[in-house]
Design a protein around this ligand. Structure first.
Ligand code: FES
Length: 389
């Protein structure tokens, strides 16, 4: 790492440990154990080219990697996908995480769970469950996920989670076609016994870009959404925390994506590639290191990809001279790539980007065109929804 980056990574340091201290120690890891998933969400965040089951890491690989995570100083592992419960060895992975002292979270659509299956994961030491929802009622929710019966299954799995005494987060992915249900989704999350609700507006890279026309909310919807979240936060203080993410296209300041590139977090793909975020494979030309070839400690320190946008020295103007550069760390590289063709450009979500007004106008136009048909995500390369526009 160049010397002038050295001061940029002072998150967590453990004196006396090796050179990793200079980079900070990653706090959390997203383990995408498979890309297989029965749902077909139009905003799927997995890369456009999904990993086939035949190229997934083996059980032994994952168990070794989980032990390496603990050695590296990681505190939390989030098992995700695809649908992580599609892996029959998920219980073994959770048990290893428990053995080495990692806090484990299951990020799931819940549609493949049974009570017995969840109880077995709890016995293995699972600490937390996060269930995604697509709406407040089955008609819309099942249409968005492209999976009939999914909504009812999620409600049931939330009940099992609470009966088994695990904390629950509900992740509600919001967009133009379900924002009108937000008040009901908030009530539903309280009824489900969630201690935390993520109201996460869709971000547009990967598959979501293909459906931007069908998902982009209007500015008025985003304003209403903000007011509803603000009021609910006051009303539900002490009952349920609410995290809120607005669509970048309507933001004035970019989000601190992933807490900064290569700074607190990394992602391991089903094939073992180490990525700075779940969407990094949408950036063409990056060569990712893999846990099949290298130790995690080596990758965290030396990976060309992780070092590419670490800290602030890579930044162009206006980021380089901006007083916010160590707050937002330049926003989202995947978004910069999706909208400008270069991951090293200023994130157009920032009002200081010369492209900011253009993307705001584009969002406004797409939101009012009323093209509502989804292109579903599936292994056959995507299917356009039937029916009227
Ligand atoms: Fe990749 Fe934001 S999602 S940097």
């Amino acid at each position: 790492m160049p010397e002038d980056h050295a001061d940029d990574f002072q998150l967590v340091t453990r004196t006396g440990e090796d050179a990793r201290a200079a980079y900070g120690i990653p706090l959390a890891v997203l383990a995408e154990v498979t890309h297989r998933c029965p749902l077909q969400c139009p905003y799927c965040s997995n890369p456009l080219a999904m990993e086939p089951a035949s190229n997934e890491l083996s059980t032994e690989d994952w168990l070794r990697v989980i032990s390496e995570l603990a050695d590296l100083g990681v505190l939390q592992i989030h098992f995700s996908g695809g649908e992580p419960t599609a892996r029959k060895d998920l219980g073994q992975m959770i048990a290893r995480a428990t053995d080495v002292g990692l806090y484990s979270n299951l990020i799931t659509s819940a549609v493949m769970l049974s009570r017995d299956k969840l109880a077995a994961l709890v016995d293995a030491g699972l600490c937390h469950v996060q269930i995604s929802v697509q709406g407040a009622e089955a008609g819309l929710a099942d249409r968005v996920g492209g999976y009939r019966g999914g909504h009812a299954k999620k409600i049931e799995a939330a009940r099992w989670t609470r009966e088994l005494d695990l904390p629950l987060t509900v992740n509600a992915v919001m967009h133009r076609q379900n924002l009108h249900q937000l008040p009901a989704i908030i009530d539903m999350a309280v009824e489900m016994g969630a201690s935390r609700l993520e109201v996460a507006n869709v971000q547009y890279y990967g598959w979501a870009l293909k459906n931007r026309h069908a998902l982009m909310p209007t500015p008025a919807q985003v304003e209403d959404c903000t007011a509803i979240v603000d009021a609910a936060r006051v009303r539900l203080h002490g009952v349920m925390e609410i995290d809120y993410v607005i669509p970048d296209y309507y933001a004035l300041r970019p989000k601190q994506c992933m807490g900064g590139w290569g700074r607190q977090f990394f992602n391991i793909s089903p094939a073992g590639k180490v990525l700075p975020c779940h969407a990094a494979e949408t950036i063409t030309g990056l060569q990712f290191d893999t846990v099949r070839d290298r130790s995690l400690a080596w990758i965290w320190e030396h990976s060309e990809v992780l070092n590419a946008y670490r800290g602030t020295a890579w930044m162009p103007e206006p980021c380089r001279g901006c007083e916010w550069k160590e707050v937002d760390f330049g926003g989202c590289r995947c978004q910069a790539f999706a909208l400008t063709g270069s991951a090293g450009n200023t994130d157009p979500a920032c009002a200081k980007s010369p492209l900011h007004d253009r993307i705001f106008a584009l969002a406004e136009t797409e939101a009012t065109e009323e093209r509502n048909r989804f292109i579903y995500r599936n292994l056959s390369g995507g299917t356009e929804e039937a029916g009227p526009a």
